[in-house]
Design a protein around this ligand. Structure first.
Ligand code: ADP
Ligand code: MG
Length: 228
């Protein structure tokens, strides 16, 4: 479902060119639960942003769901992202002036034209899935880190994306909360066959995924399936 072909990414830093991704060739299938691991600065977030169509490669092509996303313009890309992918970030990125309910509703209002009662049904079901129903009228600053990440997960899932990208989703969570968040994502993957692609160095994620792609200095050094 995701294929990259000879993808590179170069950042221009003043006079200096920094080649961050050197030659990326990977395929990721429907429903995979996969982690991209590697030292800090190795290019994990860059890969995630490229695969998630937040950023464009310098050279090479990326197809997602049979569409060559490197050929889409900004508007088409935004629409594509809105329909196909969800994002979860290390710092949760919730909107502080919106309630839990409104944060989850936000992507639906931005991109999709769903009637309000359908929006409500969908949001209430997700609030239940992430065990946040009784917190729905609270604001982000009234929540713990784990609760915020639950909201962020619900927000990422509300558009029913095929693929969810999660960049260090447990980095700001304690160990017990991290485990709960990982198992929540695992359950969603199993139930809906949602693809999850993590960038992480959290061992708790790495031991849970089905596939580990290691990247060092912008090059894949290992790609292995695990027995879990
Ligand atoms: P990781 O997520 O594995 O820590 P990143 O993908 O964030 O790594 O970064 C890889 C390299 O690219 C780092 O050297 C980083 O400094 C550099 N980099 C990332 N984003 C930019 C940018 N927008 N401009 C210039 N350099 C960048
Ligand atoms: Mg990163």
């Amino acid at each position: 479902m995701i294929h990259t072909k000879n993808v590179t990414k170069t950042y221009q830093m003043g006079q200096v060119e920094l080649k961050v991704i050197k030659d990326l060739n990977i395929s990721i299938d429907h429903g995979e639960f996969v982690a991209i691991v590697g030292p800090s600065g190795s290019g994990k977030s860059t890969v995630l942003n490229l695969l998630g169509c937040l950023d464009k490669p310098s050279t090479g092509s990326i197809t997602v769901e049979d569409i060559d996303v490197t050929r889409l313009n900004r508007t088409q890309l935004a629409k594509f992202r809105g329909e196909k992918v969800g994002f979860i970030f290390q710092s949760f990125n919730l909107i502080p002036v919106l309630s839990v309910y409104e944060n989850i509703e936000y992507p639906l209002i931005m991109i999709q034209d769903l009637p309000e009662d359908e929006r409500r049904t969908r949001i209430m079901a997700l609030l239940k899935d992430v065990d946040m129903l009784d917190q729905k009228d609270k604001f982000p600053d009234q929540l713990s880190g784990g609760q915020r990440q639950r909201v962020a997960i619900a927000r990422a899932l509300v558009t029913k994306p095929k693929i969810v990208f999660a960049d260090e989703p447990t980095a700001n969570l304690d160990s017990e909360t991290s485990k709960q968040i990982i198992s929540l994502m695992r359950n969603i993957q199993k139930e809906f066959n949602t693809t999850f692609i993590f960038a992480t160095h959290d061992e708790k994620i790495v031991t849970e995924v089905d596939r580990i792609i290691t990247i060092v200095d912008g090059i894949i050094t290992e790609d292995k399936r695990t027995a879990s």
